[in-house]
Each structure stands twice: as structure tokens, then as C-alpha cells.
Design a protein around this ligand. Structure first.
Ligand code: BTN
Length: 290
């Protein structure tokens, strides 16, 4: 009888898992669910792949095929990990977390930025609950330690109507990644949990803590308590009252951060009293006046 999946594919997948499991820390559905205190996230389908192009691409396909909210895709390694602004996300090491989650909230597209902020708050609280590290959220969605990036979030949506049909939240967390083996262009701007804490960090523990925190924040978000998330976000960013420079697609805005609005847009006031509502961009300087 011909097996449904060719034997060489089983072998390839087995060998990839073996490499990834060198520290007994495989992200398989069974180990993820063990002791997991969630009702939705990690409770529906978990697609755990030894290797894929991008978990966001895979999750998008599952969402288009009708996968329910709470479905997650996780990979040991990504060959085409996507970052923000068309950048790549370094995913060659089998020591990180590469995760995408399918959401189906009743939401107009303008509110989707809120999901990104919510995810940053969830990740911040999950990591702070496990490790005592000087974490900081950099607007809109980077998690940094001592100015170096430890996690990034990439949210995409299927819009077109008044309501989004689904949202894909992708998060990459550098867990046991060895910084010296990262490519030159990111070696000086990235860090990992093990690098900062000085010990190996079980990925499965980090993932479970993140899923639990994510579910808690998502309940607040969908339950009309977004203000609580915004308050946490502004605290964890430490940005209120700070002077920043933001580079957007067409200009540079300088001013003091006064807050964040209901849609997750950053509010700023320049020295001349002009108010700005910044939808997207990159914080290029912090702590001026410049
Ligand atoms: C950023 O540029 O900061 C966002 C990085 C997001 C990376 C994650 S890894 C899992 C998911 N799949 C992807 O291809 N990207 C996101």
C-alpha cells in the first residue's frame, strides 16, 4: 500500500524535529496544552510545523479556508519570516517562537491597530511575569530590552467591507537565540531572553504564558475595556511626556508624547503647540528636544 504522505517527507520532518528538540523543548500541541489555562487560544486547532515559509502566510491560508478564531500556527523555523514595513524577520534559529493566531472579532478595519497594541501588552505582561527584565514597548509594536529588540508583532487583516473578516496576529519572540550567530545587520539591534537572563528559557513555558496573557487581553478588548489596555500600553512604553522624533512615510514629526487615542494612534504636541495624531511610522529618536 502507498502511504498517504511519502516516507521521505516523514523522515525529513522527523529529522527537523530532532534538531529542534535538542533541549527537550518541542512546541507540539500536546506539550503546549499541558497545564495551559485558556479557553480559546491553544484550545482549537494547533498547526505545529517543523519548518515553514511564514506562519502568517500559513495562518492566512487556514483563515481563508474557514479556520475558527483561536486557531494557531507555530513553526520551529521560518524560511521567509515577515517583519513590519516589508522587512524580513530572522527565523533561521530553531530557538525562537514564531507564532500566528487567527482572530475573528466584530471590528471595523480602523480598530485593528488596537489588536497590535493589545498583543504588545499581552507579550509584555507574559514576559515580565516570567523574567524580571527591563522590558519596554516601543510604539507601535516592538518589545525592547536595553534598546534591543526581543519581540516583534505583525498584524494583517482581511478587510474590504465595514467589518474585518479575520485578523492574523503574528509574533516572533527571541527566546534562546544566540545573538552572535544572527546576521550582521541585526546582531547589534537584537537580543533574546536567554541572552538577557543568562539562562536557557523553555519555549513552551514562554508560549503558554503568552497565550494566557493574550486571551485575557483579548477578552478585555472585545468586552469593551480597551481603555485598560491603552493605560497599560502607555505605562509600559514609558513614552508619556517624552520628546520623540517619528519618521513617517512622508515626513518627520518631532514633539512630546501626550497619549494614545482609542484607535491606537500616538498623540503628540510640538513646541509650537501643534497637535499630531500619528497613525504609523517609526520612532527614530527619543528623549530630546533634538
Ligand atoms: C516586526 O517587524 O517587528 C514584526 C515581526 C513579526 C515576526 C513574526 S514571526 C511569526 C509571524 N510570521 C511571520 O512571518 N512574521 C510573524
Amino acid at each position: 500500500m502507498t502511504p498517504a504522505v511519502p516516507l521521505r517527507n516523514y523522515r525529513k520532518s522527523f529529522n527537523m524535529r530532532k534538531k529542534e528538540n535538542k533541549n527537550g523543548d518541542l512546541l507540539l500541541p500536546k506539550s503546549i496544552r499541558e497545564g495551559l489555562k485558556t479557553k480559546i487560544f491553544g484550545r482549537r486547532e494547533i498547526y505545529s510545523l517543523p519548518e515553514t515559509d511564514s506562519t502568517n502566510i500559513r495562518a492566512e491560508k487556514h483563515a481563508e479556508a474557514g479556520a475558527p478564531e483561536g486557531t494557531i500556527v507555530i513553526a520551529g523555523k521560518q524560511t521567509a519570516g515577515r517583519g513590519r514595513a516589508g522587512r524580513k524577520w530572522f527565523s533561521e534559529s530553531r530557538d525562537g517562537i514564531y507564532l500566528s493566531i487567527i482572530l475573528r472579532p466584530e471590528l471595523p478595519p480602523v480598530k485593528v491597530q488596537g489588536v497590535t497594541l493589545m498583543t504588545a501588552v499581552a507579550a509584555y505582561e507574559a514576559l515580565m511575569g516570567l523574567y524580571d527584565l527591563p522590558l519596554f514597548i516601543k510604539w507601535p509594536n516592538d518589545l525592547l530590552i536595553n534598546g534591543k529588540k526581543i519581540a516583534g508583532i505583525l498584524t494583517s487583516m482581511d478587510s474590504g467591507g465595514e467589518r474585518v473578516s479575520h485578523i492574523i496576529v503574528g509574533i516572533g519572540i527571541n527566546v534562546n537565540n544566540n545573538i552572535s550567530s544572527m546576521p550582521g545587520e541585526i546582531r547589534d539591534i537584537a537580543t533574546s531572553l536567554s541572552h538577557e537572563s543568562g539562562k536557557r528559557c523553555p519555549r513552551v513555558k514562554v508560549l503558554r504564558a503568552f497565550l494566557e496573557s493574550f486571551e485575557e487581553k483579548y477578552m478585555l478588548f472585545t468586552g469593551g475595556k480597551f481603555q485598560a489596555i491603552l493605560d497599560a500600553w502607555i505605562n509600559y512604553s514609558g513614552l508619556r511626556g517624552k520628546y520623540v522624533e517619528i519618521t513617517t512615510a512622508d515626513k518627520i514629526i518631532k514633539g512630546e508624547v501626550t497619549g494614545i487615542d482609542n484607535n491606537g494612534y500616538l498623540l503628540m504636541e510640538s513646541g509650537t503647540g501643534t497637535r499630531h495624531q500619528v497613525i504609523s511610522g517609526e520612532i527614530t529618536k527619543i528623549g530630546g528636544p533634538f
